[in-house]
Design a binder for this molecule. Sequence first.
Ligand code: GLC
Ligand code: CA
Length: 561
Amino acid sequence: MNETWWKEAAVYEIYPVSFMDTNGDGKGDLRGIISKLDYLKDLGIDVIWICPIYESPGKDNGYDISDYYAINPEFGTMEDFDDLLQEAHARGMKIMMDLVLNHTSDQHPWFKESKSSTDNPKRSFYIWRKGVNGLYPNNWESYFSGSVWEMDPETDEYYMHLYSKHQPDLNWRNEEMVHELYQMIRWWLEKGVDGFRFDAIAHIVKAKGLPDADNPQHLPVVRAYQLFSNLEKVHFMLKKLNEEVLMDYDIMTVGETSGLGPEQALEYVGDQRHELNMVFQFEHMTLDSASNGTGKWESRAWTLLELKKVMSRWQTTLHNQGWNANYLGNHDQPRAVSRFGNDKQYRVQSAKMLATFMLTLEGTPYIYQGEEIGMTNAAFDQIGDYRDVETLNYYEQSHLQGKPIDQTMQAIQAKSRDNARTPMQWDDGPQAGFTTGEPWIKVNPNYTDVNVASAIKDPDSIYHYYKRMLSLRKTHKALIYGEYKLLLPLDPDLYVYTRTLEQDTILVILNFFDDTPIMEWPKTLRGMSRDLLISNYDLPPDAEGDRIELRPYEARVYRLS
Ligand code: GLC
Ligand code: CA
């Protein structure tokens, strides 16, 4: 068991454009983040992950960087950033930057040069190919709909973009380009940032020769993830990045890696690998997508049995070998309480139950802004209220394919990334206290009930529950380093597990639904004395019995001895 600060830390993710606006332009900014540092400190946060704040034309809200060395003026200045870093450090909190190394904006000077002619020295900073018989160079489908290739009429070649056409992919086979990235990363580290989230890092290397993906149905483009995800050479690149830059600093790293299970994840996060501290995995995020469908948009109901299976595999495979990054929501996913809880009658109970879950697993927890007050999906019903490029492309594409509009809108209401991107709800005043101007995207109308100010006033709020859970996690080492063991694996309603460190055993009981199931106290744990550490209900009447009846979305954490 290797003890380190980033294993004990709790991370809070900020989506800056929707966090706090201080100049009335309807968009969040760095001064806004500074103004809320005390709030985050008080909640019990150790590390703040800020989604990209670099200069960017904003086609994908900052994940399209046009200058890695500059702050987007909409967010503020480099001076504001330096203040933010200093103010966070002064409060004992760390700052983790979000770095996009897979692609840049099409407005980045490198791309402008690259595009200018086929023999420009920066041509091969990106991935250019000729068309084949007037067709795309290969049949890969972009994450944001359509082909990954965009034609550039000036030079009569296509460039690759796994995401939107405004996000051309960098060519990691070009060493000069890679060295430019090293320099840039070192520059931020020298400034004193405490870590990085590496966006889309699984995709930086593409299969040699960019071969077509299997296409039995002869579709124009097909999903080809295995040809650009988690390839062997990615590991070589990450090792090199550590050798050249990262190992000189005591920082924390997390990579975004879709499409892998825990065994393969160990190739990134294994203690001996020296690549990344942890990865964001996606297996639990796909449990409500139809496996034969068109990716995330085609929904099905998730089941607790599957969730337990996936999470348990990650917990046990990484124990003592690597480290988990735990999350139920972020800026790309629907709101956790709307997806895995009940955002209507049991919003408060289920949000607390999910908090208990996230904060009692082994791994570093990532709390997404607003989760601590139980913010819910916005689920706007007009397409005009959405802003996200992925959502708008999907709408357009579905329209072209002749899908019924109500079906498309239903998918968008359930899965659009904008569900989690509406402004942070600070109080019940105009625009939820987020801005004095017109917000860039509508505020969720439930802000009059769901907001920080009222949550702070109410001792029974989700917010206060998070606070208590976060401090509980700090007090019990077993909650951080203890070994996870799943109990009642086949129970379809209850998720029950222990975390054990030496003599210390913590038992977690979670009722994931609105029924009132009975739980037989596990035989192996009978006879031990129980100390209820926290629950989202008043003290249960049967706290000492061997048969307990759980209330809807009830969560209990016991210490056994
Ligand atoms: C990651 C980000 C997402 C972004 C994409 C392209 O998945 O989390 O928001 O659109 O990468 O950079
Ligand atoms: Ca602003």
